[in-house]
Design a protein around this ligand. Structure first.
Ligand code: NAD
Ligand code: MG
Length: 401
């Protein structure tokens, strides 16, 4: 159709939970949107290349570029799947190239962890619309991202459901909010005692009550480090101080977050816990189109409960607020320590309740800088990962029990 505009979308982290949901949203939009053709222009995968191959087989238009960020897994894939229409690129630099390719209109940043930083920054630098799931990028380099945004005129739209909710509640820029109120499901250990959490296994921590997500963010939800990272993400996305941000526990995950204004009025965003809605809104904003997520069932009784978060059992929360207030290098250090500690917990090498204290020790032992460069942030990221590995070997050689 000649009247249709084309939206070329690069999905970085296409094999993940957010990535596969995004491919689903793109196919849906391509079917129902009369104004745009929605093209998956590029897709990236890291190690799970069988899944990537399966996802690509299911598309009626293959992407122009496929990025395999792990060069070792790439050789095999190339020999089986390369076609004339589909260029296969490898290595982390290829992510940056795709993210800044002039043909790309929208970059969906859905890589997990600090590994998403360079490509997200490249997309922001090249003035794209960036639909951001990769919260770790804001935690590590929020101030750099914001400075780059000012220069490039890129659009940064949140996919994280809480931040999408806040973005939707804020409405017109003329009213400054008094508080951003992030809701938290409380995760699988919401009602566990500290002693029970001491003995938590990876399987019990991976069993999230309301959301189906990748393993790293699922463990982060169990420690509530996910909410800590989201407090820091909100601080940078909405450019508000840590004191303007609050966390409240809402086990049903239907109220995705709220904004309180100067007169005390609170606006909330509600929808079923399904990431396809915030993903679609980040793609189509400011338009709202029909979405595949079924509306909330109003024939049933709903219980929407709100309760204060327990900061004693979930020390990640205080840590998150401290990091949000400190800025500078604090986010990079805590994020790297957390990524390493979560990996060690999943390997059975440290206890669940070691994760957050390990992050705090790294924060306290690093040499803080208020205005770091990207190089400094990346150096401290590497330093914190080494520190966590050292602590795990020296302090706690064996997992208790
Ligand atoms: P996931 O583990 O399911 O997927 C991660 C993706 O990143 C995969 O495509 C993987 O191949 C890729 N990847 C992993 N390591 C990589 C590396 N070193 N280099 C390049 N690519 C790499 O994770 P997810 O749950 O989809 O989460 C992705 C991001 O979105 C995270 O930052 C998470 O915090 C955020 N997020 C997720 C959800 C959710 O519902 N899953 C909700 C809000 C925010
Ligand atoms: Mg979230």
């Amino acid at each position: 159709n000649r009247d249709m505009a084309t939206q070329n979308v690069a999905v970085l982290g296409a094999t993940g939970s957010i990535g596969t949901a995004t491919l689903d949203v793109l196919q849906h939009l391509d079917r129902i949107d009369g104004a745009n053709q929605w093209n998956l222009w590029a897709a990236s995968g890291h190690a799970n290349l069988d899944l990537l191959a399966k996802l690509l087989d299911g598309l009626h238009r293959p992407p122009r570029r496929v990025v395999l960020s792990d060069p070792e897994s790439a050789i095999h894939f190339r020999s089986r799947h390369a076609t004339a229409a589909m260029q296969i690129c490898t290595g982390p630099d290829a992510l940056v190239e795709v993210a800044s390719d002039p043909e790309v209109d929208i970059v969906v940043a859905a890589i997990v962890g600090r590994a998403g930083l360079e490509s997200t920054l490249a997309a922001v630098e090249s003035g794209k619309r960036v639909a951001l799931a990769n919260k770790e990028t804001m935690v590590v380099g929020g101030s750099l991202v914001n400075a780059t945004l000012m220069q490039s005129g890129a659009e940064l739209l949140p996919i994280d459901s809480e931040h999408s909710a806040i973005f939707q509640c804020l409405g017109e820029k003329s009213c400054k909010p008094r508080k951003l109120i992030l809701t938290a499901s409380g995760g699988p250990f919401r009602s566990w005692s500290a002693a029970q959490m001491d003995q938590a296994t990876p399987d019990s921590a991976l069993d999230h009550p309301t959301w189906d997500m990748g393993p790293k963010i699922t463990i982060d939800s169990a420690t509530m480090m996910n909410k800590a990272l989201e407090v820091i993400e909100a601080r940078w996305l909405f450019d508000l101080p840590a004191e303007s941000i609050e966390v409240v526990v809402h086990p049903q995950s239907i109220i995705h977050s709220m904004v309180e204004f100067e007169d005390g009025s609170v606006i909330a965003q509600l929808s079923p816990p399904d990431m396809r809605l915030p993903i679609q809104y980040a793609l189509t904003y400011p338009r709202r189109l029909a979405c595949q997520v079924p509306p909330l069932d109003r024939e049933q009784r709903w219980d929407l409960t709100l309760e204060p978060a327990d900061r004693e059992r979930f020390p990640a929360l205080d840590l998150g607020f401290e990091v949000a207030a400190a800025g500078g290098t604090a986010g990079a250090v805590v994020n790297a320590a957390n990524e390493s500690a979560v990996g060690l917990f999943l390997e059975g090498k440290i206890r669940f309740t070691d994760i957050v204290p390990t992050c705090r020790t790294c924060l306290e032992n690093h040499s803080f800088e208020p205005n770091p460069t990207l190089e400094t942030l990346l150096r401290l990221d590497r330093w914190a990962r080494k520190e966590v590995a050292k602590q795990a070997n020296v302090d706690r050689p064996l997992r208790r029990s």
